[in-house]
Design a binder for this molecule. Structure first.
Ligand SMILES: [Zn+2]
Length: 133
């Protein structure tokens, strides 16, 4: 599937809106997420598409060296991302979520994470996550 095909389909982040009206403007840098949750949703969509470049660009500049664009792209690609569930937000900069996906062997998995975000010069960035099963 390429980007054009999915424009009018449901956004991967499960917002209930079309991709073209939800996360796409963020991925194209036409708009920037106003909240940590919006950024989190757009990053989930970026794994689903996948868009490794967006994932790197929305990672905190101080943490970027820990990640590789190709690795993020590959992680997005080998898994099939089926659903995002926002569990809770804490304050302005923490979001707890479950990301549902099927791994390369077709097993359904749930990635549970509490992510920490930071805002620098009016842009939100992903800093780090706490994982648990
Ligand atoms: Zn979305």
């Amino acid at each position: 599937m390429d980007h054009i095909d999915i424009e009018k389909t449901a956004c991967p982040c499960c917002s209930g809106r079309n991709y073209g009206e939800c996360c796409k403007p963020f991925h194209l840098k036409e708009k920037f997420p106003q909240t940590a949750e919006e950024l989190m949703r757009s990053r989930f969509s970026a794994f689903a598409i996948p868009n490794g470049e967006y994932l790197i660009e929305t990672t905190s500049p101080a943490k970027r060296k820990l990640y590789g664009k190709e690795d993020l792209q590959e992680w997005g690609k080998i898994n099939q991302w089926t659903k995002l569930q926002i569990v809770k937000t804490y304050g302005k900069n923490m979001v707890e979520f479950n990301a549902f996906y099927n791994d390369a062997d077709g097993h359904s998995q749930i990635h549970h994470e509490i992510s920490l975000f930071e805002k620098l010069i009016n842009r939100w960035y992903y800093v780090a996550g706490k994982f648990s099963k």
